[in-house]
Design a protein around this ligand. Structure first.
Ligand code: ZN
Length: 277
């Protein structure tokens, strides 16, 4: 069993992060396995070194330990490019320069597609473009229907409390509700979906522990694992820690930061109790 916690250094860690990291660590320790830390710093304009330092300090204070050196996504571009090249060589990708406004305009025509869980589904405007025609202002998208036709039935095993069991994502629903996802953003050259799949495989992660907000991202990531011949981990999507008004905690809410509780004199045990552990 190998789990990981993979925060982005774009703000202070809060109670929700503490719950996620402690859950990942607990599940690894309980199975005699290993917990790893990964720094997801590909969203470079918003990542700051002082937040990375704060991540190490806060997690150590909580009592967590992990092997050094930690994997940092900013040093992994070659691995992401190699994965993208493999998908491109199989004819599964295409360049796209559409802006959000272009996509909204294309979707304003009736019957062109319904909004999915992550916003409007891309209408496929650029699907006939080829990778040879890729320009510097282009993102790269996955041709989802073509990709799904290349793999056998998708399934993943979920060990989280809310939707435990074996899930078999339906290809028709994926096409209707998710669509041709971006694999490489024009600004950072990769994407969350591609990077997380490549990194989890490189680190030998056997169970991906993360919040329920990422449950809907799982089918695409399982598809990428199939297409790239990568091992397929189990998933454990945990509940989200919410504030008193029921809203999900955000990084800008510093009153819920781990550091704020520590400064107020709370102990790591107090924090575990606060998140129900
Ligand atoms: Zn496009």
């Amino acid at each position: 069993m190998r789990t990981r916690f993979a925060p982005s250094p774009t703000g202070l860690l809060h109670l929700g992060h503490a719950f996620s990291a402690l859950t990942a660590d607990h599940r690894a320790q309980a199975a005699g396995g290993k917990f790893r830390l990964r720094i997801e710093d590909i969203d470079t304009p918003r990542c700051r070194p002082e937040f990375e330092t704060a991540i190490y300090r806060d997690l150590r204070w909580l009592g967590l330990d992990w092997p050094e050196p930690v994997m940092r996504q900013s040093e992994r571009r070659a691995a992401y490019d190699a994965a993208l090249d493999r998908l491109a060589a199989r004819g599964l990708t295409y360049p796209c320069a559409c802006t959000r406004a272009d996509i909204r305009a294309a979707l304003s025509a009736p019957q062109e597609g319904a909004p999915g869980p992550d916003g409007p589904v891309y209408p496929g405007t650029c699907r006939d473009r080829t990778m040879a025609d890729r320009g510097p202002g282009d993102a790269i998208r996955l041709d989802l229907a073509r990709a799904l036709a290349r793999v056998g039935p998708l399934l993943f095993h979920e060990t989280g409390p809310e939707r435990p069991g074996t899930h078999r994502p339906d290809p028709g629903r994926m096409i209707a509700e998710i669509g041709d996802v971006v694999l490489a953003r024009r600004d950072i050259g990769t994407s969350y979906h591609l990077a997380v799949v490549v990194d989890d495989a490189a680190e030998g992660i056997t169970e991906v522990v993360r919040g329920m907000d990422l449950f809907t991202a799982t089918p695409v990531q399982v598809l990428l694992q199939h297409l790239l011949d990568l091992p397929r981990p189990a998933y454990h999507h945990h509940r989200l820690i919410r504030d008193d008004t029921g809203k999900r905690l955000a990084k800008r809410d510093d009153s819920r930061a781990i550091a704020s509780y520590r400064d107020a004199g709370l102990s790591p045990a107090d924090l575990r109790a606060l998140v129900g552990l």
